[in-house]
Design a protein around this ligand. Structure first.
Ligand code: C2E
Ligand code: CA
Ligand code: CA
Ligand code: CA
Length: 279
């Protein structure tokens, strides 16, 4: 019944690790899940520190499993990456999230920015910029309201082959975000080559900056760097009011984290946004 399903969902969301470790996922199972659209977009809001207005949502994949409940990406993204199936997931996420984003724009009367995670694998497709542009056009979404998030540690390996794709994405107006900033090895070098529009400070710095001066200093210098380069700064993992106050005082632009909201499916996002256009 509905209540049991809701409780199961809540339990799964609060206990993602139990599921991941206990029941190992097979490649075959993952293939079927992708084909059946069991891997769906959830959305986590990003709000402006100054106005508390909701500016953007990050799309985070969830596997809504018919028996096991909702499975977090930690349990299947790396398997998908290692087995060459991440591109199928990315395509599926785009195919679902863009019409949903259009639906949202119709309801709100404005386009929220939508941020989508891209694995380096997807950047190997030379016509990726045209593919995403076509999809955006098809759903009447301006390219400038789509941001592509790239994890720096994964960019390093084949930077040269991906640079051309990234430059062309940027030329078409897509935003480019450097994700988990501060955790990779050559982030600074990549900043020099890739025209990023946004920098996301990894949550490991945000979560302990209130009592760790090193983390605080890393945030401060990341913000300085980003501002000099005209980039937007997103603070990830804002969980407490103290996190919020500190990241705000350090001039971060957008807050994303459990304090604002956990990632949620479209229907819940619509209700949530209705309640608080500004958070
Ligand atoms: P990410 O891109 O760094 O996404 C942020 C992660 O932090 C998400 O985990 C989000 O749920 C979580 N998070 C947000 N706010 C808080 C907070 O206040 N506290 C804590 N403890 N966590 C918070 P999630 O959804 O489990 O995703 C994990 C990673 O999986 C993502 O990290 C991203 O690297 C990858 N991923 C998710 N969806 C996709 C996708 O569609 N494609 C690809 N290629 N990777 C994806
Ligand atoms: Ca991300
Ligand atoms: Ca991140
Ligand atoms: Ca991450």
């Amino acid at each position: 019944d509905v209540l049991t399903q809701k409780l199961q969902k809540l339990f799964t969301e609060s206990q993602p690790n139990t599921l991941q470790v206990k029941d190992k996922i097979s490649l075959e199972e993952l293939k079927v899940a992708i084909a059946n659209d069991e891997i769906v977009p959830f959305y986590q809001p990003q709000v402006a520190f100054t106005t508390k207005q909701v500016k953007s949502v990050e799309v985070l994949a969830r596997w809504v499993h018919p028996e096991r409940g909702t499975i977090n990406p930690a349990a299947f993204i790396s398997l998908a990456e290692e087995s060459g199936m991440i591109d199928a997931i990315t395509r599926s996420i785009f195919r679902q999230a863009l019409p949903q984003s259009k639906e949202l724009a119709n309801i709100l009367g404005r386009h929220l920015n939508i941020s989508i995670n891209l694995s380096t694998d997807s950047l190997c497709a030379i016509d990726l910029p045209e593919q995403i542009e076509d999809l955006a056009n098809m759903h009447d979404i301006p390219c400038s309201s789509i941001t592509l998030e790239l994890t720096e540690s994964r960019l390093i390996q084949n930077l040269i082959s991906t640079l051309d794709v990234l430059l062309r994405l940027r030329l078409k107006g897509f935003g480019l975000s450097i994700d988990d900033f501060g955790t990779g090895y050559s982030s600074l070098e990549q900043l020099k080559k890739i025209p990023f529009t946004e920098l996301k400070i990894d949550r490991q710095f945000i979560c302990d900056a209130t009592n760790n001066n090193t983390s605080k200093a890393i945030i401060e210098s990341s913000v300085n760097l980003a501002k000099t380069l005209n980039m937007l700064v997103v603070a990830e993992g804002v969980e407490t009011a103290a996190d919020w106050d500190l990241a705000k005082s350090l001039q971060c632009d957008l807050a994303q984290g459990y304090l604002v909201s956990k990632p949620m499916p479209l229907d819940d996002l619509i209700i949530w946004l209705n309640d608080k256009q500004s958070w």
